[in-house]
Ligand binder design. Structure first.
Ligand SMILES: [Zn+2]
Ligand SMILES: [Zn+2]
Length: 348
């Protein structure tokens, strides 16, 4: 991280410091210093405060209270009450569905456009994504594009190495910020820069407006119906606890861990990109999302696994959907091409 910037307390100070002639290290191919350009890009990438930040904070506080509080109750329930195959099969089913919805829906389709599909499928993916509950699909897509554009640099929305103001982070503080702490801050993604094809998209806008409904369906209604269908009325409450609250909390933390632990611990097939890692544990529990270094190197690709042990179950589902004719133009990683290198941002 030799060219890390923002190592003073305030980004403005960092910017000013970098502009002093002795500190500036212009690269041969650019008229202006790299650091100056990236600060410009970072400032343009982020909008601080405003009603949208307050709304996001409220939303995530509500989710956190329901999920963490509910998960605690669910653990107590699992200890105190008899649970069986109905509750735990529901847990497994909805966990897989939840992770796939985040992996294929939020991430690979709506953010990276790793394949194309029909309008009904877009609605289905949007509903499943919002049932997965990682906040608004619309915000998530823009945020994630910012993450890739400024990965582990000032302006990255959730890096364990820099905070919302470009100041360096480390240790537990960094993990906390990258995991879910970012959702409670003031730094919002500039939609003018990262919202192309997202803001105004009818399906994404509709999902944003109706997201609380899908949250309730994913958390309570669907697990409740599973319990009712397979175990009768007496299994409904327990299935909501185990397959609803407990499952949702674990799935969310598994995916959030890709942003926190997945940028700190693991190995890299592609060096010198950023700090993203392939993490064996995360790779398996997130059904492929944890091969995060591969993903950062080939972000448009629908698949993340490259080595034999890098099993990408999300891609299995995408390939199945492709064979059924439900999705097409599936992007594969072009391994002949050089992976994305850190490059100068376009002038903002
Ligand atoms: Zn990442
Ligand atoms: Zn991505």
């Amino acid at each position: 991280m030799a060219d890390r910037i923002g190592e003073t307390d305030e980004p403005q100070l960092a910017a000013a410091a970098l502009r002093t002639p002795q500190e500036v290290r212009p690269r041969p191919s650019t008229a202006r210093p790299y650091e100056e350009l990236i600060i410009e890009r970072w400032r343009n990438a982020v909008r601080y405060g405003g009603p949208d930040a307050a709304d996001r904070r409220r939303e995530h506080m509500l989710y956190a209270a329901i999920k963490q509080g509910g998960a605690l109750l669910a653990v107590v329930w699992a200890v105190m009450m008899p649970t069986g195959w109905v509750e735990w099969s529901g847990f497994a089913f909805f966990y897989v569905l939840n992770i796939l919805a985040m992996s294929i829906g939020y991430h690979r389709y709506f953010t990276h456009k790793a394949f194309e599909t029909s309008t009904p499928m877009r609605y289905a993916l949007a509903i499943l994504a919002q049932m997965g509950v990682y906040g608004s699909l619309k915000r998530w897509c823009m945020d994630h594009r910012r993450h890739h554009a400024l990965s582990d640099k000032p302006g990255d929305i959730h890096s364990p190495f820099v905070d919302d103001y470009g100041r360096p982070l480390s240790g537990l503080k960094g993990i906390k910020h990258a995991h879910l702490g970012w959702a409670y801050g003031e730094a919002m993604t500039n939609p003018d820069l990262y919202g192309k094809g997202i803001v105004g998209d009818p399906v994404i806008e509709w999902a944003h407006k109706t997201r609380y409904l899908w949250f309730a369906v994913g958390l309570v209604v669907a697990p409740g119906l599973w319990g009712l269908a397979l175990g009768g009325p007496q299994a409904v409450a327990g299935t909501i606890m185990i397959a609803g609250f407990l499952r949702m909390a674990l799935a969310l933390h598994a995916i959030a861990a890709v942003n926190s632990f997945g940028h700190r611990y693991g190995y890299q097939n592609f060096k010198n990109l950023d700090e993203a890692r392939n993490n064996l544990f995360l790779g398996y529990i997130t059904l492929g999302e944890g091969w995060h270094n591969n993903h950062h190197a080939h972000a448009r690709a629908a698949s993340t696994g490259l080595r034999w042990w890098e099993v990408d179950m999300s891609m299995w589902v995408i390939v199945t959907l492709e064979k059924l004719g439900l999705v097409w133009n599936v992007q594969r990683p072009n391994l002949e091409a050089q992976p994305r290198q850190r490059k100068l941002p376009a002038k903002g």
